[in-house]
Design a protein around this ligand. Sequence first.
Ligand SMILES: Nc1ncnc2c1ncn2[C@@H]1O[C@H](COP(=O)(O)OP(=O)(O)OP(=O)(O)O)[C@@H](O)[C@H]1O
Ligand SMILES: [Mg+2]
Length: 162
Amino acid sequence: MDDKASPFAHLLGRGAPRAPDLETLEAWGRAVGAALPRPAIITLEGDLGAGKTTLARAICAGIGVENLAAVTSPTFSLVQHYEAPNGPVVHVDLYRLRSEAELEQLGWDELVATSPVLLVEWPDRAAGTLPPDVIALTLTHDVEHPDRRVLRIRAALEPLRS
Ligand SMILES: Nc1ncnc2c1ncn2[C@@H]1O[C@H](COP(=O)(O)OP(=O)(O)OP(=O)(O)O)[C@@H](O)[C@H]1O
Ligand SMILES: [Mg+2]
């Protein structure tokens, strides 16, 4: 990734923290949300409790979602919509997805094709159905530092002109 291409690319490249504590991760997530080009798909991978929803909420805060309390890992629904000034944010948690048919019932292909911003937890449940140009974020517990998470980022960004 060419950091010099844009401030956003820098944020995902050298500007990203490697093993952030909670406060650092949330500040970075807000910055990502504030600078996020549209349309955008962000996938969030990591074990239970790794911080996927925490990061999704911080990204939503940066985007301008007002009702941040609504940004949770829902128990029953797989998809949540949040209002934001520049259009809705769609947040999907596929942990409980049971079948490909269920993905179809969600209108998955249309969500992927038309959401201005799509945040996807447990994207491996829908492997092969996402475009290659997603911003893929992975959080891993840091064994030596329980208050930190290791953050990995994979993104093939279009070079943006400033
Ligand atoms: N450095 C950190 N980064 C992210 N979360 C942290 C960090 N340190 C502590 N935490 C805590 O870890 C928990 C992460 O929970 P969260 O619901 O975001 O995880 P999740 O990956 O979405 O889990 P699930 O797969 O169960 O939905 C929160 O309680 C958060 O406060
Ligand atoms: Mg979650």
